[in-house]
Design a protein. Sequence first.
Length: 225
Amino acid sequence: MTSAVIVAAGKSRRMGGNVDKAFLHLGSKPVLSYSITAMESCRDVDEIVIVVRKDQIPATRGIVAMFGCRKVKAIVNGGLNRLGSVRNGLAATDPDATTLVVHDAARPLVSPELISRCIRSAIVFGSGVAASKIYDSVKTSVKGTTIDGEVNRDELWAVQTPQAFRASILRKAIAAAPDKDPAITDESAAVRLNGGEVRIVPWGFPNLKITVSDDLATAARYLQL
């Protein structure tokens, strides 16, 4: 059994003001709905738990009802940070789930195919994390005004979501992860910190994360809205 956790409880600071990007409209639908319907359509996902801010729980229920998402088991309140939100989401999943997949609602271009690839990697190898190869020349800059050094791009990958893991691996890693460790930016970091290996699932198609307002227009072009 595979349980999916969609995380949509962020504060969206880089969008400016008190904006909740998961509930902004992308075309005629809220950003969050794209991730929910992708998980709903994925044959490898058995249940869905959605994590949102407490004040957005009623709106999320409305989205679930509007799009007829039958796999949604629970809508839960987010934590103080991403790690806390993932913990809350995992706590609401079926304890008998053998595979867990976590996805950021801010990535509306996710497809059922990508979700399945990550889940199947987790079943075989214990983990499967969506990532794309970085082809740009990457530099370091301490002050942000001049280039201080180069980074070998042959070893660089942009890690995204979904991120899928054998349930025992992810539950143990998230439970053990320090609450305020800045190095834990996603589930793969928590798993590696706990001694686990993280398998890359290469993905060459756009999997944009909505971070700033211009990203909405870019996502709309990819979706042909």
